[in-house]
Write a protein that binds this ligand. Structure first.
Ligand SMILES: Cc1ncc(COP(=O)(O)O)c(C=O)c1O
Length: 422
């Protein structure tokens, strides 16, 4: 296992050393970007700034930007083809958009399964779809002390009328990584489609849609060091069965038919550079043992998957440091998996409450010291309600990324401890 060269990593992210900027632990809400991503966005606006389909140089250059971004994200999620990659504004908008096409496949009385661990972007679009088509909605609960699903409860919920199961890959509240592969196997056994929300997982682990076996998977590049965009992967044979909602002149080809309207080309150039950043980490920083884990892949696809494992190995001890420090404070409760030996079952998105202080009060004290964290429900209203935390103002959420350091965690724990003692 190689040790991450954190100084080299941090030198790639200009925001981390900008005078006046503090400690970025707000990563579950959005991450900082490496210079190569910023350069790619600028470059696109200078050299390829045109709409598609023209008989002139900049339009052809823009087409290349768009094509490259699809190829890059196909590598990122291990898609079968770049035709399976659909770009959009963000995960929420993409989910609302595709839910309109998915909903047409269902009839009154059909059933869908959501979970109590979801971000609302993987709930509200489906509740509205269910309302429009007269579908029955069931919620799979998670254990209030295990912070995991008991998948035998999913077995009890699945029926021959279940048409869709929507599940988060990792929670933006508890941090739990869910066994989406087993959820998919169970759902497919009754003929249901599976929609996986990987927004919170994507910065912290390699994604392989073919291994998971799901039908749709969504993620948001701005959560994994890229620009503000969303990406939906859909299995080609499933996408082909959906009716796209699009303008008449738009093609019926995949993926264009689901990307109707003009795309954010500069954002897409940034997404390609984001995937290339992981490629660089996997090629230049990770050692061979990480790459050989992905011997079935080659080139960038292999490096990106190796990079994410390599970065996770750096994140786990930091997560342990944060969780151990928090749980040692009197009256503090971490709402997620805390067992030191089980940290590979979670992402480093750590939510906590303190008996004596409201979440906003703690995040404000941290903010005053230049430490950026989130508080409240963070749109995870299902899990926050499930754990009975809404009335108290939700949680404080401290979220690490691979550019954070042990020193930053020490400082954060020190400020929290001092504030709680005051
Ligand atoms: C787990 C999860 N799903 C979905 C979303 C929504 O993503 P977007 O902002 O791209 O719509 C978020 C955003 O925080 C999230 O954490």
């Amino acid at each position: 296992m190689s040790v991450l060269d954190i100084d080299t990593i941090r030198s790639k992210f200009p925001a981390l050393s900008l005078p006046g900027n503090g400690i970025f632990l707000d990563n579950p809400g959005g991450t900082q970007t490496p210079q190569m991503v910023i350069d790619a966005i600028t470059d696109c606006l200078i050299k390829s700034n045109a709409n598609l389909g023209g008989a002139f140089r900049t339009s052809q250059a823009a087409e290349d930007v768009v094509a490259q971004a699809h190829l890059a994200m196909a590598d990122f999620v291990n898609a079968n083809s770049e035709r399976e990659i659909i770009f959009g504004q963000n995960m929420t908008t993409l989910t609302f958009h595709i839910s309109r096409s998915i909903g047409r496949m269902f009839s009154e009385g059909d059933e869908i399964i959501l979970t109590t661990m979801e971000h609302d972007a993987n709930v509200s679009p489906w509740l509205l779809m269910a309302r429009d088509h007269g579908l029955k909605v069931n919620f799979l609960p998670f254990g209030k002390s295990s912070f995991e699903f008991d998948l035998s409860e999913l077995d009890d919920m699945l029926t021959d009328r279940t048409k869709l199961v929507c599940v988060g890959h990792a929670s933006n509240m508890t941090g739990t990584i869910n066994d989406v592969k087993t959820v998919t196997e169970k759902a497919h056994a009754v003929g249901a489609l599976v929609y996986v929300d990987s927004v919170q997982y994507a910065p912290h682990g390699p994604i392989d849609v073919q291994d998971i076996g799901c039908d749709f998977l969504v993620c948001s590049p701005y959560k994994f060091f890229g620009p503000h965009m969303g990406v939906l992967w859909g299995r080609e044979d499933v996408l082909k069965t959906l009716e796209p909602y699009k303008v008449r002149p738009a093609t019926t080809d995949l993926p264009d038919c689901f990307e109707t309207g003009t795309l954010n080309h500069e954002g897409m150039a940034g997404v390609t550079a984001t995937v290339d950043y992981f490629d660089w980490v996997g090629r230049e920083l990770a050692d061979d043992s990480y790459r050989t884990r992905y011997g079935q892949f080659a080139g960038r696809r292999q490096h990106v998957h190796a990079a994410l494992d390599y970065l996770t190995d750096y994140e786990i001890p930091l997560t342990r440091q944060l969780i151990d420090g928090l749980t040692a404070m009197p009256g503090v409760k971490v709402h997620g998996i805390t067992n030191s030996n089980a940290l590979s079952k979670r992402v480093p998105t750590v939510s906590f409450t303190a008996e004596s202080h409201k979440p906003r009060d703690i995040s404000q004290a941290l903010g005053d010291q230049g430490i950026y964290v989130w508080d409240g429900h963070n749109y995870a209203i299902e899990p926050v309600n499930h754990l009975g935390l809404m009335e108290g103002g939700g949680v404080v959420r401290v979220g690490l990324a691979h550019y954070n350091t042990a020193k930053e965690i020490d400082r954060t724990l020190e400020v929290i401890a001092t504030h709680l003692e005051a």
